[in-house]
Write a protein that binds this ligand. Structure first.
Ligand code: 4NP
Length: 159
């Protein structure tokens, strides 16, 4: 059985996509699926390359026993379209950026992460960068829900 690979994408790769990366990774580990699923994250903007996640994201995640400490921001690169089966954007703007970058022969899935959400009230994960504390809690709420939905989807399709 082959591996499934998922890349989470936001703008800075310091708030939303690292939160999704660590949350989904932890779920995969808990389910004993680490040998079957590869998880990573990247950004479409270059301001924070090489930086750790935003401390506000790290602290909010830590309160839910999710660790962002080991992550480092990087840009989406063309090779990602060959390495990953699923490239999941946090919002429409980043999905559009991915569509513009995708090579003509890209065979994977491009979509919004919240297409896998079980709750139906948000299509996009709102950018928390200029928001207050509650913006970071909302990111975690949405990401935890969509992670469950994505796992259910992968189990039904390919795990
Ligand atoms: P992210 O949040 O895309 O969830 O990582 C942002 C981080 C940084 C900036 C914008 C959004 N910024 O403008 O620097």
């Amino acid at each position: 059985m082959g591996k499934i690979s998922v890349l989470f994408v936001c703008l800075g790769n310091i708030c939303r996509s690292p939160t999704a990366h660590a949350t989904f990774q932890q779920l995969i580990e808990r389910e004993g699926l680490s040998h079957r699923v590869v998880v990573d994250s990247a950004g479409t903007g270059d301001w924070h390359i090489g930086h750790p996640p935003d401390p506000r994201s790290t602290q909010a995640a830590r309160r839910r026993a999710i660790s962002l400490e080991s992550l480092t921001a990087r840009l989406v690169i063309e090779e990602d379209f060959y390495r990953f089966n699923y490239l999941l954007a946090m919002d429409q703007k980043n999905l559009q950026a991915l569509k513009e970058m995708a090579p003509a022969n890209f065979k994977g899935q491009l979509g919004l992460f919240l297409d896998f959400a079980e709750r139906g009230d948000y299509r996009e994960v709102p950018d928390p960068y200029y928001a207050g504390h509650e913006g970071f809690e909302l990111v975690l709420d949405l990401v935890e829900d969509a992670s469950q939905g994505l796992l259910t989807h992968l189990r039904a399709r390919c795990l």
